[in-house]
Design a protein around this ligand. Structure first.
Ligand code: NOJ
Length: 531
């Protein structure tokens, strides 16, 4: 039997923190737990009530911490385990839940398990990773490394060279050296991951974002039946923590939610995926042209998004939530191609959609993607989305008291770099739009994660696009020109032609309203009507 969805997710809005770059409380140039604690009131003021913190565990940081060396010990640069427990307490005191990042698919090559596993003498950890049985026997279809350890075999990688794959077995083993899912090594790996989950949950963490959740069982089938089965087992840990929540980095809601049992799954913007069509369409195009729906030049089409999103939304409905995000630590920030007005429309949309939304730190002020930055800690092109948070117009934009040369990454040097301080003073800022949208979501049950969603009008590429959430109707028009829909067209679905007569506007960007039997949507507008 699958467990019940935690009730708090209905009203959850997450804030993702890349801890290196959020707030440095001790002047050493890198963010820390105390820094996060000091900014919790700010996060709450945004209307966010949950955090996802990127991996903050002991690590050589060859992949920004996704190469874990000790799952139960935090990296000294962020503080101590006690500091993290205090962060849990301080967050809870403000009604904020905290999800840590669980990396179950691989460890660092410096993890003690791997060091043991690479020894020639068989030991407790020999089956913790995936090894062939001869130093020059490779692994078809998977990356692997030979010549590094005493053990007579090569080992499989899960991502970078520094990240050997943990052993969850093969769905159908075809070689002697391959374990089945229920063999001793894979079962011990599962128990080790459960133990890590229990460790953090028992210290006050509220669940996990799960890295590469689909990657566990090797040679898995298309339905990922092996990996889903492993998750159903791993998630039994939550029977003792019914309030804990799990979000998968899977990007396949029918599998992650319906089959594996996750509460949420990210609707990711990897190239080729429909979400690109909203804010980062250029990534999926060879010519680098941008046809994002929210661009006012009018080349994007909401239909491309809907064709991808709707079947996933329908499949997951009632079982879990599709999580849309502004961006994350792996993608260019949305401000790369969208200007402030376009971002306002995109965020208003994101925050009025079903499911549980995630805001990446700094996106609420439109921080820039600094494409030109050299790589840091395995970031490569991702580094430009990982720069220090811009708090105020002072030294290091308020991120750190340290010397600029000592910062984890340099701050945006642009004269007009956005800051929280400046945007707090401007009622029309992006930051204040995020606050208003979140406040509305908190106030209106119809805008929350589980309330229904229905497309009312999506002709002309979505100019305007009109959708309904319960008793709330929303019209968004990203175009530079005014557009309108005859009310008669909407009446078919609304069941009455005068549905808008007694409506009230709850939130508005630009112009919009009902006039001469038409629902008008001004240039680049967003209007939320309560029927
Ligand atoms: C996905 C994470 O989001 C990314 O940052 C990381 O490099 C890979 N997984 C490998 O863990």
């Amino acid at each position: 039997m699958s467990r019940a969805l935690p009730e708090w997710l209905k009203t959850a809005v997450f804030y993702e923190i890349y801890p290196q770059s959020f707030y440095d409380s001790n002047g050493d140039g890198i963010g820390d737990f105390q820094g996060i604690i000091e900014k919790l009131d700010y996060i709450r003021s945004l209307g966010c009530n949950a955090l996802w913190i990127n991996p903050c565990f002991d690590s050589p940081f060859k992949d920004a911490g996704y190469d874990v060396r000790d799952y139960k010990k935090v990296a000294a640069r962020y503080g101590t385990n006690e500091d993290l427990y205090r962060l849990f307490d301080e967050a809870h005191a403000r009604g904020i839940r905290v999800l840590l990042d669980l990396v179950p698919g691989h460890t660092s090559e410096e993890h003690a398990w791997f060091q043991e596993s690479g020894k020639a003498e068989p030991n407790e950890y020999s089956g913790r990773y995936i090894w062939t049985d001869y130093w020059i026997r490779g692994i078809a279809g998977y990356p692997y490394i030979g010549g590094e350890c005493e053990r007579n075999g090569v080992y499989m990688l899960n991502f970078f060279k520094c990240q050997p794959a943990l052993n969850y077995g093969f769905l159908n083993p075809t070689e002697n050296w391959q374990d089945g899912m229920e063999d001793e090594g894979p079962l011990a790996t599962r128990e080790a991951i459960k133990d890590i989950m229990r460790f953090w949950l028992s210290h006050g963490c509220d669940g996990f974002r799960v890295d590469m959740a689909a990657s566990l069982v090797k040679n898995d089938d298309e339905a990922k039946s092996g990996t889903c089965k492993v998750w159903r087992d791993l998630l039994t840990v939550l029977e003792d923590y019914p309030e804990a929540a799990m979000v998968a980095e899977w990007n396949d809601q029918p599998r992650a939610i319906c089959s594996a049992g996750f509460d949420m799954d990210f609707y990711l913007d990897w190239p080729g995926n429909g979400y690109n069509s909203l804010m980062r369409d250029y990534e999926s195009r060879q010519d680098g042209e941008d046809h994002s729906y929210f661009r006012k030049d009018g080349r994007g089409d909401i239909g491309r998004f809907l064709a991808d999103y709707l079947p996933k939304y329908e499949a997951a409905r009632g079982k879990g939530y599709v999580s849309m995000l502004t961006c994350n630590h792996d993608t260019p920030r949305p401000s790369y191609k969208l200007d402030t007005r376009e971002l306002k429309l995109a965020y208003a949309f994101l925050l009025t959609m079903p499911g549980v939304p995630f805001i990446y730190y700094g996106d609420e002020i439109g921080m820039r993607y600094l494409a030109e930055l050299p790589t840091k800690e395995g970031g490569y092109t991702r580094t430009g989305s990982r720069t220090p948070m811009q708090w105020e117009n002072s030294r290091n934009l308020g991120f750190s008291e340290g010397l600029p040369m000592d910062l984890y990454l340099s701050v945006d040097a642009a004269e007009d770099a956005p800051t929280v301080e400046a945007q707090e003073q401007d009622p029309e800022s992006l930051l204040n739009l995020v606050r208003r949208a979140n406040a509305l979501r908190a106030q209106e049950e119809d805008l929350q994660a589980d309330a229904p969603f229905e497309v009312l009008y999506d002709e002309d590429g979505g100019r305007p696009f009109v959708y309904r959430r319960g008793q709330i109707v929303i019209a968004v028009n990203p175009d530079g020109k005014e557009a309108s829909v005859p009310l008669a067209k909407l009446a078919e679905k609304l069941g009455t032609a005068d549905a808008f007569e007694a409506s009230r506007i709850l939130l508005q960007i630009g112009e919009g309203g009902v006039e001469d039997g038409q629902l008008k949507a001004g240039a680049q507008s967003f209007t939320v009507y309560r029927m």
